[in-house]
Structures are given as C-alpha cells and as structure tokens.
Design a protein around this ligand. Structure first.
Ligand code: NAD
Length: 354
C-alpha cells in the first residue's frame, strides 16, 4: 500500500516530537514541512531528511500532493490551518487544545462534517500505556461506577514563556495548555459523559517568576525571560457531568507547592491512581483495604504514546478504523475550558448547554 503523505504545519517542539514518532509508523511519510519561520522548517526538515520545506501552509498545500496535514502551531492558528486544509481536500491531525475557543472548534467540526475529512485531535494521553491499562481494568469492571476523578497537572515553576504566556496566541495559561490533557483523559476513562456545569477559579499571583530558572520542557526556541505574560498561573475547577459524576481539576504553571501530575479515579467497587508514583488499584479484599501496585514496565505491547496516536490517525485516513479522539470530544473539551475561564471571570457556576 502507498504511504500516507503528510505535510507538517509548524516546526517547533511538538513537531520535533511528532517527527520522531513518524519514524515508528511504517505506512506514513512526512513529505514536507512548513513554518511561518521558514528557518525552523528548514532545520527540522534537515534533521529528519525531509526534502521539501516552505514558509507557509498555503504554499506547501499548493505545491505538494498530500493526503493529510499534521497541525503543530500556536493555538490561535489551529482552526485557520485545519479549515484551510480540509477545504483543500486534506485529512487533519490537530494538536491539543482543538482550538483557541469553543466557537472556533465548532467551525472546525462543521467543516469536517461538510467535507467528510478526518479531523482527529491529538489527545496523546489516551494512547499512553498507563491509560490503556487503566481502561482495561475499568472495562473489566474493577472500578464499578466511577463517580469522582481528581485530575492534576501542576508545575511548581514552569511557564514556558513566548506564545504560551501570550493570551492572544494561546487562549490562556495552564487551563488550556495542561488542563486540557487531564480533563480529556479523565473524561475518556469515565465514559465520555456530557458536561453540564463548571465552577472554576483562576489565579494570577506569581507570574512567570523570571527570577528563577525553569527546567520545564516545551520552552519555545524564541522564549526570553523578558517575554510579557498575561495568562493565569494556577486554576482549580469542579466539572459536573450528566450522570452526576464530577472531575476536580488542579492545574498550574506556578505555585508554592510540590508539583503534581496524575489522575485518580474513584468508583463504587475500586479506585485507581496513575501519575506520580506507581499505578495503583485501591480495593477491598477479604474485609481489608488493599492497595495493589501494578507494574506496567513489562507490557508486551508497550508503545510510545505519540507513535500510537499517529498510527491511529494514519489508520483512520486509510479507512481501517474510526477515530477515537474525535472533533466532538475536542469541542466538548473546549466548552469545558471556556466555561472554566467564564466562571473564573464571573465568580459563578457556568451551565454548559447540550
Ligand atoms: N501533546 C503535547 O504533549 C504537546 C506538547 C507541547 C505542545 N503541544 C501543542 O502543540 C502546539 C505547538 O506547540 P509547540 O510547543 O511546538 O510550540 P513552538 O513555539 O515550539 O512551535 C510552534 C511553531 O508554530 C509556528 N507557527 C505558528 N503559526 C503558524 C502557521 N499559521 N503556519 C505555520 N507555522 C506556524 C511557529 O512559528 C512555531 O515555530 C500547541 O498547540 C501546543 O498546545 C502539545
């Protein structure tokens, strides 16, 4: 079978990660890379032996015969790139968050429906080994009905700066950048219920803390300690779903506490925690409380999450499977993120309409 021909849009940090993952996917080939900073496109192309590079998406799409694009650009440009590509007959893998806001995500979903093109959102945590193992336990009934989740992604000092700190390009701080990962992962594992209401609070207390060096990953090449910052540095939220379940979110770039990254799922038969520390199942056995540590280091079918995500996208383009990380799920996540910001602004609960 012919390889799926991919054009990569954006040549920054996540594009580099995607390029490494494409090496593990045998039935796809990145044939061209573009970036509005053409020097970055040229360097990434050279690093991975890609012959063609361009200074704009429009030039790349006009010049190349592509099946799909992989969108790795600032959040503000996700929708414009995705809509342009689908309207030019191409399938789309789009980095998280789906868009700058729910309104733009809605337009992307409509264009995907109108054109019949695949629009998959790169919710990479769905494809990670620990998520697959937790899902297997859930599907086999070990947790029973899951009614509460604690979703945490909090850095102690980790604002990447550059466009991440600029709301006009990012749409916000840790809520839209990190919260999106843990909200989607929790919702996916809890059964993809519809959100009905959100209460959120955001804080802008510590800023980027340029007096301290951050060792966080994902710092854009052009980031500088003097970059201005107008995004929140910490947020918490309660997200309620139509089956009565709740996700409690904590996410931050900066806080005077230890960093946290993980997900706890609580069901009426058992609970699980993945993230910092070993994957653990909390149950009752023989009238005792029992914590079982699950060693996932020896999984026979262990996969890199990014490679597994890209493989699924390629399989969707080839018509071999349905996309798991749908535009519908991307849009629902955007509605939750918008609602967190709106609740934080007004100080009141926000109702999410069906
Ligand atoms: N899945 C993950 O774990 C993960 C991790 C990091 C970033 N991301 C997401 O990936 C996206 C990019 O983040 P990054 O860390 O690579 O940022 P980055 O700053 O390293 O790279 C972004 C690149 O996009 C380019 N760009 C912007 N608009 C463009 C356009 N219209 N056409 C072509 N190029 C354009 C910029 O010039 C820049 O080189 C963001 O949406 C971010 O949320 C996801």
């Amino acid at each position: 079978m012919e390889k799926v021909r991919i054009g990569l849009i954006g040549a920054g940090n996540i594009a580099n990660t995607h390029m490494a993952a494409y090496k593990q996917v045998t039935d796809a080939e990145v044939v061209a890379i573009c970036d509005i900073n053409i020097g970055k496109a040229e360097r990434l192309a050279a690093r991975y032996g890609v012959e063609k590079y361009y200074g704009s998406m429009e030039e790349m799409i006009a010049a190349e015969t592509l099946d799909a694009v992989d969108i790795c650009v600032w959040n503000i440009n996700h929708s414009v790139c995705a809509i342009y590509a689908m309207e030019h007959g191409l399938n789309v893998l789009c980095e998280k968050p789906m868009a700058y806001n729910a309104q733009e995500a809605q337009k992307m979903k409509e264009v995907s429906e109108k054109t019949g093109k695949v629009l998959m959102i790169a919710f990479v945590t769905r494809y990670m080994d620990d998520t697959r193992v937790v899902k297997d336990y859930i599907d086999k009934g070990y947790l029973g009905e899951i009614y509460y989740a604690k979703a945490q992604y909090v850095r102690r000092h980790g604002n990447p700066g550059s466009w991440f700190a600029d709301k006009s390009k990012s749409g916000g701080g840790p809520v839209i950048d990190l919260g999106v990962h843990v909200i989607d992962r929790a919702r996916y594992l809890m059964g993809l219920h519809k959100p009905v209401s959100v209460y959120g609070a955001t804080f802008t207390k510590l800023g980027k803390r340029d007096n301290l060096r951050t060792t966080v990953g994902w710092i854009p090449e052009d980031a500088s300690p003097t970059d201005p910052c107008d995004v929140e540095d910490f947020a918490t939220a309660i997200i309620r779903f139509d089956n009565g379940s709740v996700i409690q979110l904590e996410t931050g770039y900066s806080i005077n506490d230890l960093p946290k990254s993980g997900l706890t799922l609580c069901g009426d038969k058992g609970g699980m925690r993945t993230g910092d520390g070993p994957l653990t199942l909390f149950t009752e056995m023989n009238n005792f409380l029992v914590d079982t540590k699950i060693d996932i280091n020896h999984l026979a079918d262990s996969k890199d999450g990014f490679a597994a995500e890209i493989q699924e996208f390629v399989d969707c383009v080839n018509g071999k499977c349905e996309c798991k990380a749908t535009a519908e799920d991307g849009l629902i996540c955007m509605k939750i993120l918008d609602a967190i910001y709106e609740s934080a602004r007004t100080g009141h609960e926000v109702i999410i309409e069906a």
